[in-house]
Design a protein around this ligand. Structure first.
Ligand SMILES: [Zn+2]
Length: 123
């Protein structure tokens, strides 16, 4: 392989790495949104229980089944995203803000925290 080929290979490897970090952050953001929606479904179920109990009416499964189903769908979507994140691989989280950064990054592109070594990142 010529020097130039090696150089090109190195550049595209770095490009791919950056792409996976962006993709991992996108998936994590998506999961945060999905987790928020799960919390809203739980809230809706809690409110149903509260209101029906207050009115002395029994809570029917049909009343909350739609929320249960939505939570299950969201949970499986989150799992699928986590799977994809694991497959995208070589990235770690900033301790300060949780942003996913390249495993050999020296500072966090989101919060600017600097890192003396890779040891300051958590897996
Ligand atoms: Zn950060």
């Amino acid at each position: 392989m010529s020097f130039f080929d090696k150089f090109k290979a190195g550049v595209s490897e770095a490009g791919n790495k950056a792409k996976s970090v962006v993709e991992i952050n996108r998936l994590k953001l998506q999961n945060n949104g999905k987790q928020n929606e799960i919390d809203k479904q739980y809230q809706a179920m809690g409110r149903l229980l509260f209101e029906t109990t207050l009115q002395g009416v029994p809570l029917e499964k049909a009343d909350y089944a739609v929320h249960m189903e939505r939570v299950l769908v969201l949970q499986s979507e989150i799992d699928a995203n986590l799977q994809q994140i694991a497959e995208l691989g070589d990235a770690k989280q900033c301790r300060n803000c949780g942003t996913t950064v390249d495993s050999d990054a020296r500072f966090c592109p989101n919060c600017g925290a600097t890192f003396d070594s890779a040891a300051q990142f958590r897996e």
